[in-house]
Design a binder for this molecule. Structure first.
Ligand SMILES: [Zn+2]
Length: 266
């Protein structure tokens, strides 16, 4: 099969993972800017990270025939320090025009604090200023529903926002309808432990349909599986979903959403 991995943190994965992704049929992958597992000590750490996302990772992926795209921002966790966050955001204009940059992400909320929300809204404004799509992270576990509602309320205050250019990621059973009903795209993250397992994700597809939804591995430095999307596709086949349906959620849908960025080409 050919598929798109729309959310993977490859800076924390090995080159062997690129090879496995390529063998599984991954044509393109997208890497949102995120928390590195530790707080950076200065904005310079982000300068180098943005160089890694725009210069180094595309070359590493290309060795396996995979197109690499990225999103820029300061992640919600480190965004809780607004002074620091704005230093990092001041770097974005230097990188935003680079050829593999799709838009702003993954922004959002971590602990649903006032500072996180303020920086979230400033990021949304940057995306509007550059007319680029937005990828949004929603908080974990008990903070997820509240955080999702805060994000939806905040987005509703941007009258010029085109909701079809916004994807809200890490949806689960209790948040997916809020996101889709409001006119946004939804992402399901397939994790071995937290977030969705493949079978829960397929249940969600069977209940809520396959419009404006994608699935990703969000593989990073933690417990996660770069092979999660092809494994879920295999499980869909086992559950008698058609090849067209599998292709739709693993290839056509991500291609449709991502093509709203002028830089996305397959
Ligand atoms: Zn992520």
């Amino acid at each position: 099969m050919s598929y798109i991995e729309p959310h993977a943190h490859m800076v924390s994965r090995t080159t062997d993972d690129y090879e496995r992704l390529a063998i599984a049929g991954c044509e393109a992958l997208c890497e949102p800017a995120f928390w590195a597992g530790f707080d950076r000590s200065s904005a310079d750490g982000f300068y180098d990270y943005f160089r890694q996302l725009t210069e180094y990772e595309p070359k590493r992926a290309a060795r396996y025939g995979i197109k690499h795209f990225c999103w820029l921002c300061i992640n919600p966790k480190e965004a809780d320090d607004p002074g620091f966050a704005r230093e990092v955001m001041a770097l974005i204009p230097e990188f935003i025009g680079r050829e593999n940059v799709l838009g702003i992400g993954e922004i959002g909320l971590n602990k649903n604090t006032h500072s996180e929300l303020k920086i979230f809204e400033e990021h949304v404004q940057i995306a509007l200023d550059y007319d680029l799509p937005i990828l949004i992270h929603t908080p974990h576990l008990e903070d997820k529903l509240k955080g999702t509602k805060l994000i939806l309320d905040s987005l509703a205050s941007f009258s010029k926002l085109d909701r079809s250019k916004v994807i809200i990621d890490h949806v689960e059973e209790h948040t997916v309808a809020h996101v889709l009903d409001a006119g946004y795209w939804a992402g399901m993250t397939l994790y071995p432990e937290s977030k969705c397992t493949p079978n829960r994700a397929i249940d969600i597809l069977e209940v809520y349909g396959s419009e404006n939804i994608w699935m990703n591995s969000a593989c990073d430095w933690g417990v996660s599986d770069p092979m999660a999307v092809p494994k879920c596709a295999l499980e869909m086949k086992r559950r008698k979903h058609t090849p067209e349906m599998i292709r739709k959620v693993t290839y056509d849908n991500p291609a449709k959403f991502l093509s709203q960025s002028p830089r996305f080409r397959l």
